[in-house]
Each structure stands twice: as structure tokens, then as C-alpha cells.
Design a protein around this ligand. Structure first.
Ligand SMILES: C[S@@+](CC[C@H](N)C(=O)[O-])C[C@H]1O[C@@H](n2cnc3c(N)ncnc32)[C@H](O)[C@@H]1O
Length: 204
């Protein structure tokens, strides 16, 4: 059955775009597992022999992620939840990662002062560019509605503009009629040679 995703916000659109990639992925990374919604989404879709790393800097978020996976009956999947900063933890992941997801900002139900850090986010994205497989995707939801989030989004946008076009497709999605400052989505794909046809991950 084809699932219809609403064009509601950066996260729903990211899930819609990620679905075919997650279904074929061998290695996935959720860089900010938080309450575990994105981790559970990826774990549900990924093949049984795939591995998903889920990182968060807060121990309470790691516990929430583990609990969500249990509640959703996803404990059979190979999900490796780790507590720490994603720039450090991503370095330890093998190369050729198929899917990397950043959902920036703060934990909605938690301490809002623990926000993703602009400099660390840029460092982690750069590591991701070196780890991502051909045709793999780095998906970034950024939240410019707070001071820290605005600074982070602007820095991210400036950096993403400098990524060489010959190596990566970089695009974005944003709502246009929202009265507040809605989250934006950035999509980075490492280029392979094939275009306009089904692209198996890891291949040209
Ligand atoms: C918007 S929440 C993530 C929501 C989550 N993806 C979900 O589906 O529930 C952002 C998360 O980033 C985490 N975070 C902030 N800085 C981090 C860092 N340097 N490394 C890893 N996680 C970080 C926060 O603790 C918070 O849980």
C-alpha cells in the first residue's frame, strides 16, 4: 500500500522523501534521536539486515528512543542507540552510509536550552559528506524560529551553497504561507552516474 504523507512540515516531507531510500539502505544514522520518532520511522522501513545508529547528546533522549523502539515492536531490528555528540560518534561509523538524518533544535519535551550547536552541526555535516555512499542522502530539518536555530540555519545554508555541484545535489524545501518561522528542509545527495532511473544505493 502506498503511504500518502502530508506536506505539513519539514519532518513529514523528509519522511516522504526518505521512504524509498530507507527501504534499500544498509547503514543509516539518526544524528539526533530525541524522542525516537525519526529513529522508529527509519527502523520500521529498513531491511532486516540493515544497521541503524541513533545518537543523542542527552541520556534521557536515548532512553526515550529505546522505549519507543520497544513500544513499536522494533527491538528485533539492529538499532544501536548511543549517547554522545554526533560529530564524535559519526566518526566511528563505517564509510558508505546510505541515510543520515539531522532533526536539529531542542528536545520538545525536554530542556530547551540544550539546542544543537551551530559549529558542531557544521562539523558533523562535513563528516557526513565524507561518509555518505553514492546516491545516499543527508536530510537536515533546521528550525530558524529561535535565536540559536536562526544562526544555525543561516550558517548551514551558507555552507551548503559551497558544496561542489559536481559531487552533490543540494536542495531545500520550505513552506511559503506560514505566519511563524517554520522549519526548513535541506536535502543533500551524493551524486552517482545514473540519472532518471531507479538508482540502487552504493552504485553509479
Ligand atoms: C528536535 S530534537 C530531535 C527529535 C527526534 N529526531 C525525534 O524524532 O523525536 C533535537 C535533539 O538533538 C539533540 N542534540 C543536540 N545537540 C546534539 C549533539 N551535539 N549530538 C547529538 N544530539 C544532539 C538534542 O538532545 C535533542 O534531543
Amino acid at each position: 500500500m502506498i503511504k500518502m504523507y502530508p506536506f505539513r512540515n519539514a519532518v513529514t516531507v523528509s519522511h516522504m522523501l526518505l521512504e524509498p531510500y530507507a527501504q534499500k539502505a544498509r547503514v543509516l544514522v539518526d544524528m539526533t534521536s530525541g524522542n525516537g520518532h525519526d529513529t522508529a520511522f527509519l527502523a520500521r522501513l529498513m531491511p532486516d539486515d540493515a544497521v541503524l545508529y541513533a545518537f543523542d547528546i542527552q541520556a534521557c533522549a536515548v532512553e526515550k528512543t529505546k522505549a519507543r523502539l520497544r513500544e513499536e515492536g522494533l527491538d528485533g531490528k539492529d538499532v544501536r542507540c548511543r549517547c554522545g555528540s554526533h560529530d564524535v560518534l559519526l566518526e566511528e561509523v563505517q564509510p558508505d552510509v546510505d541515510v543520515i538524518v539531522f532533526n536539529l533544535g531542542y528536545l520538545p519535551s525536554g530542556d530547551h536550552s540544550i539546542h544543537t550547536n551551530c559549529e558542531i552541526t557544521l562539523k558533523a555535516v562535513k563528516i557526513g559528506l565524507n561518509k555518505i555512499a553514492k546516491n545516499g542522502i543527508i536530510m537536515i530539518a533546521a528550525y530558524p524560529g529561535t535565536e540559536a536555530g536562526d544562526r544555525e540555519e543561516k550558517a548551514l545554508h551558507s555552507f551548503l551553497q559551497t558544496i561542489p555541484q559536481k559531487d552533490f545535489h543540494v536542495s531545500s524545501w520550505q513552506p511559503v504561507n506560514e505566519v511563524h518561522c517554520p522549519p526548513l528542509l535541506y536535502i543533500v545527495q551524493k551524486r552517482g552516474k545514473r540519472h532518471y532511473e531507479e538508482i540502487p544505493l552504493h552504485q553509479d
